[in-house]
Design a protein around this ligand. Structure first.
Ligand code: ATP
Length: 681
């Protein structure tokens, strides 16, 4: 078969390249040779071929004006269209957007617009533009250019380069006809064309499927909400309604969209409220149920979202939340009724605490360890108007500065290495609307004190690494067993913070100042631990009341637990007490408490050290007397004392005195003694 020659003539080189490529694909495998020229880069002296294809009417005009072609030369002028490969990007430009169609000259810009219109791109407003043309105001964000990205003006930021336009379907058909190849190549060509359409349709179908599945997922999420949601525009046309809104409004399962508030909502007042700009929330009775309706307007879309909450269900879920808080320990366990005791000193402090609870003032609880500061803090919260809010506690004695700051104030994501993703909400924010109990406030550093003071003064916090200040509404109850006054005098506690905390001051009396409460408390702890009927012997009662209780109520509670553990009769006698010496009526706080946990040898050593501290150097006789008084159940005899002293001497802990001189602890002995008594306290 004879080879036919086709010449392509374009205006510019880029068009030459892209059209030549297209022609080569079409004529691949046929007997057509393709040669191309761009007027810009020059034409050969002779231009003869079986067919000459002009890339556009402008090129045709130019060539005619040049008068370079023979009269009988067959020509064809291409009609061009955008390549399908870029159509998808064009279709993704949001509907209604203004789009600058950028090309080099007015005619090609207008032609490109027309070409896009012809293939059905009508969802955007196409504005033809070329470098000398005035820019529309405002400058559109979107631009489309057929292979001229360098010409796109500044300000147009989202550009789709659709590449030089290719010969359209009709041009290709004419080409084939003129070269008498229609029968041979048309199938190849149409198949290639179809393949592209099928490929594109496939992609569209897949992305449509993905969108559908996302929509179904979102719908399921929104239907699963406890709240009803209704979205509508300024004309009252509904664009979205979820399952719960339908349920609350007794609506059938209607198709989304296309419906108006007027048709769907049978309550005039509710309709009016929904359509009133600026209205925020109101309770309506809908089908005999109180429903809280909130309006949220979106400035961006002009749409309004109405949130419907069934008041009864919301209260029930609030109670559930409260139950959850109990489980998590974010809950004030005690009330004033849990405080046992009728002594005047306790009654007086409870009465003041009740008044302070109602006042909302910051409260400072001062008292020795185990006096019930935590019970008071919790009872104050429960007797305050914040009782429905959270109650959170933080104990400063165990935390580093960094930990305290992140616990209290939270932090923003990425504010330090190891910061949790999404950041962390601090206790101040978590306790919003409730009470925060700051235990052992006397242990807090000056740095943290400064931040606390700011929170108390400004009622605002800024999370670690954060920018935004958040207003909080938290009542502070602080506690300490240290003398803050003394710490202030030593410069370890800020005076201004001290006075702020002290606005509501409560001094919890130690148990030894309210001995009247000891037996009530003991009975109370017995009842907490067992349902057995337990009685205290008179001796035991006397011993308990006369003991000075350095560990206060907690120590009494521990003593009761110990006795219940060792007693096998319903009557508690002296034999069940932890150690006889422990109950010597004395205010001496250095008395070792759990002396029973020491070996006899250690007990003797403790005694030697104690007597030495009082300036004595005890001989064997006085040691025997002292041991019998301190540890009557220890079975101490003169022999036992002597053997113990020998053993201590052998260990290098003691030097036994000669004659009237008593025994003394050595250096090593004193060290061991100090360790023992520290363990005991
Ligand atoms: N008046 C009281 N009635 C009943 N139980 C009490 C009373 N006071 C204290 N308790 C109990 O004594 C124990 C210690 O109380 P709490 O933990 O409140 O003391 P605290 O002053 O906070 O001690 P610390 O300073 O060591 O933390 C708790 O088990 C508490 O239930």
């Amino acid at each position: 078969m004879k080879t036919q020659h086709l010449i392509l003539i374009t205006g510019t080189e880029p068009t030459q390249r892209s059209l030549e490529k297209q022609l080569r694909v079409i004529f691949d495998g046929s007997h057509v040779s393709v040669v191309s020229y761009a007027i810009d880069t020059g034409l050969p002296a002779e231009l003869t071929a079986d067919l000459i294809l002009f890339s556009s009417p402008q090129v045709e005009d130019e060539m005619m004006a040049m008068n370079r072609l023979k009269k009988e030369q067959k020509t064809l002028t291409a009609a061009r269209s955008i390549a399908m490969d870029h159509l998808e990007q064009v279709m993704r430009i949001p509907a209604g957007s203004a789009v600058l169609l950028v090309n080099d000259v007015p005619a090609s810009a207008q032609e490109s617009v027309a070409a896009l219109h012809r293939i059905g791109v009508d969802h955007v407003n196409l504005i033809p533009w070329w470098p000398e043309a005035p820019l529309p105001h405002p400058i559109p964000v979107y631009g489309i250019t057929p292979g001229e990205p360098a010409l796109v003006p500044r300000g147009v930021t989202q550009v789709v380069d659709i590449g030089p336009r290719v010969c359209d379907f009709s041009t290709v058909v004419q080409l084939l006809e003129k070269l008498d190849l229609f029968d041979g190549c048309s199938t190849v060509f149409s198949e290639g064309y179809l393949k592209k359409i099928i490929h594109m349709a496939g992609r569209l179908a897949r992305s449509h499927e993905a969108i559908e599945s996302l929509n179904r997922h979102l719908q399921a999420v929104l239907d699963g909400l406890n709240d009803g949601l209704l979205v509508f525009d300024q004309q009252g046309m509904i664009s979205f309604i979820n399952e719960n809104a339908r349920r609350l409004l007794h609506l059938p399962n209607l198709r989304q969209g296309g419906l108006s508030l007027g048709r769907l909502i049978p309550f005039r007042e509710l309709r009016q409220f929904l359509m009133t700009p600026g209205a925020s929330e109101r309770v309506f009775t809908l089908f005999d149920q109180p429903v809280l309706v909130k309006r949220l307007e979106s400035l961006q879309t002009g749409e309004t979202t109405a949130v419907f909450q069934n008041v009864a269900e919301t209260i029930a879920s609030g109670q559930q939340i409260k139950r959850d808080l109990v489980r998590k320990g974010h809950y004030a366990r005690y009330t004033f009724d849990d405080l046992v005791g009728t002594s005047p000193s306790l009654t007086q402090v409870v009465n003041t605490a009740k008044k302070l609870a109602a006042s909302g003032l910051t409260v400072l609880l001062v008292g020795e360890s185990g006096t019930g500061k935590e019970i008071f803090a919790s009872a104050i919260h429960n007797a305050s108007p914040r009782q429905q809010g959270p109650f959170l506690a933080v104990n400063f004695s165990a935390l580093s500065d960094e930990l305290i700051e992140s616990e209290l104030f939270g932090y923003e994501e990425g504010s330090f290495t190891g910061a949790r993703k999404g950041g962390k909400i601090g206790l101040f924010e978590q306790a919003d609307g409730g009470t925060l109990f700051l235990d052992e406030i006397g242990d807090v550093s000056l740095k943290v004190q400064a931040r606390l003071l700011r929170v108390l003064q400004e009622k605002e916090i800024m999370p670690v690494g954060g920018q935004a200040i958040r207003t909080i509404d938290v009542r502070i109850v602080a506690a300490t067993n240290r003398s803050l006054e003394q710490l202030v005098a030593q410069g370890q506690f800020r005076e201004d913070l001290y006075y702020r905390l002290k606005m509501g001051y409560l001094n919890l009396p130690p148990l030894r100042h309210r001995r009247e409460d000891v037996l009530d408390l003991a009975q109370h702890f017995i009842r907490l631990e067992t349902s057995r009927l337990i009685q205290l012997s008179e001796d035991v009662s006397r011993a308990l009341v006369s003991y000075h209780w350095p560990g206060n109520v907690r120590e009494l509670q521990n003593t009761v637990s110990y006795m219940l553990a060792v007693a096998d009769t319903p009557l508690m006698t002296m034999a069940h007490l932890p150690a006889a010496a422990f109950f010597t009526p004395s205010e001496n706080r250095e008395k070792p408490f759990l002396i029973r946990h020491l070996t006899p040898l250690q007990r003797l050593m403790v005694k030697v050290g104690e007597l030495e501290d009082r300036g004595q150097s005890p001989g064997r006789g006085s040691l025997l007397a002292a041991m019998n008084a301190e540890d009557p159940l220890g079975g101490w005899t003169a022999h036992k004392v002597r053997m113990a002293l020998v053993e201590l001497e052998e260990k290098g802990h003691l030097t036994a005195g000669v004659g009237r001189q008593g025994s003394r602890l050595t250096e090593a002995g004193r060290l061991a003694w100090r360790q023992l008594i520290q363990k005991e306290r």
